[in-house]
Design a binder for this molecule. Structure first.
Ligand SMILES: *[C@@H]1O[C@H](CO)[C@@H](O)[C@H](O)[C@H]1NC(C)=O
Ligand SMILES: *[C@@H]1O[C@H](CO)[C@@H](O)[C@H](O)[C@H]1NC(C)=O
Ligand SMILES: *[C@@H]1O[C@H](CO)[C@@H](O)[C@H](O)[C@H]1NC(C)=O
Length: 348
């Protein structure tokens, strides 16, 4: 167990997937999944273009819904029912952000996102929403560009947010000129996705490569938005970004079940001053453990000047170590909740 990295603690979150009663995947869909657009024709058309407002939760979720739908056929060879589609991780995360109140206007200057105001509104001042934009618009537009969405490149247009418009690219050409490296990485993923010879592990590497690239572009631009939040929430945001480097190196499979389970360990609301893991009384043990684990990981990473990440990456280059890491985390899960392993095995 000496090799057990702090992020493995985070995986403990997987265990709290409730298996009580009849278990159905659709119980775990993100909020408003069924009400969100599922095809391009569900969006408004203007001058021959589909116009999408990504600053409305259901419209942004619809982009993911189309992406997951249009890529489904490429994952059939790995598992039925699109369960192994690792793009599921993106809409599930966005659903978590919505449910936990992370898409609201943190400056409280508007009622954007609030229950008493415009609940579906996504605030451009939300750090989480801005980071997510780069993990939604870029993968979505790159997918259109790569041809897998079934519409021509110039047939879709994203609406700008009410302010800071220049920070967000709205169409394929502007995203490509503003974020060329990242758009290319998403394209590389889709190119390999279309190739019948690609293995699941290879594809997962391309996904994480593109994911981290999007994240890094966005992080630089929006770091100052963390000032709107309490210190525990801002720290959590930063911890989370560091943790993703480790999850990426381990090629964490962001499939439906894995991410659904994992998210149960993430903070169920925005953190406020005074919240200190593992002593947050309205959090589950898992949520407290995950939060603590993420923070420890960041501290180790910082104290070693990211040498810990370099070592972790070297370790994860060997298949045996990667397998061991996943097995250890699954074993931990099994200790807390034996039924989780059964569920994983059932789906394998
Ligand atoms: C994709 O969407 C179409 C149209 O809404 C639907 O008929 C089809 O079943 C969906 N496919 C998958 C795999 O979800
Ligand atoms: C793409 O967006 C940019 C601004 O973001 C705009 O100047 C340009 O005309 C748009 N291109 C197309 C093809 O719509
Ligand atoms: C990282 O380390 C530096 C000094 O090495 C310290 O000033 C900083 O506060 C640390 N940051 C975190 C998030 O621990």
């Amino acid at each position: 167990m000496a090799f057990l990295p702090p992020w493995a603690c985070a995986l403990v979150g997987c265990i709290s997937v409730s298996l009580a009663g009849a278990f159905s995947l659709s119980d775990l869909y993100p909020p408003l999944w069924n009400e969100s657009p599922g095809q391009f024709s569900d969006y408004r058309v203007e001058n021959g273009k589909y116009v999408i407002d990504p600053w409305l939760y259901s419209k942004r979720m619809g982009m993911y819904k189309i992406l997951v739908n249009k890529t489904a056929s490429y994952f059939e060879k790995f598992a039925p029912d699109n369960e192994q589609n690792f793009l599921w991780g993106l809409p599930l995360q966005h659903g978590w952000q919505y449910t936990t109140g992370r898409l609201v206007d943190p400056s409280r200057r508007t009622d954007c996102g609030y229950e008493y105001g415009d609940r579906l509104c996504i605030s451009v001042d939300s750090w989480w929403a801005d980071i997510n934009y780069f993990l939604c618009a870029l993968p979505f537009l790159a997918a259109v560009d790569s041809g897998i969405m079934g519409i021509p490149s110039d047939q879709v247009l994203l609406l700008p947010p009410p302010k800071d418009q220049t920070k967000f690219c709205l169409n394929i050409s502007s995203c490509q000129s503003s974020f060329p490296k990242t758009m290319k990485k998403w394209n590389v993923l889709y190119k390999h996705l279309q190739s019948p010879s690609s293995s699941f592990d290879d594809l997962l590497k391309y996904l994480w490569d593109a994911h981290l690239s999007s994240l890094k572009d966005a992080y630089k631009i929006f770091e100052h938005r963390l000032e709107y939040y309490s210190k525990p929430e801002a720290d959590f945001g930063r911890d989370w970004c560091v943790a993703l480097d480790y999850l990426a190196a381990a090629s964490f499979p962001t499939t439906f079940i894995q991410v659904s389970g994992f998210q149960k360990g993430l903070p169920p609301r925005v953190l406020v001053d005074g919240d200190k893991a593992p002593f947050i009384s309205d959090f589950t043990d898992f949520q407290n453990t995950v939060l603590l684990g993420l923070n420890l990981l960041h501290q180790v990473d910082n104290a070693t000047d990211s040498l810990s990440l370099i070592i972790w990456k070297i370790l994860m280059k060997t298949q045996a170590a990667k397998k061991l890491a996943l097995e250890i985390s699954e074993a931990i899960l099994a200790i807390f909740n034996p039924t989780f392993l059964e569920m994983i095995n059932e789906l394998k």
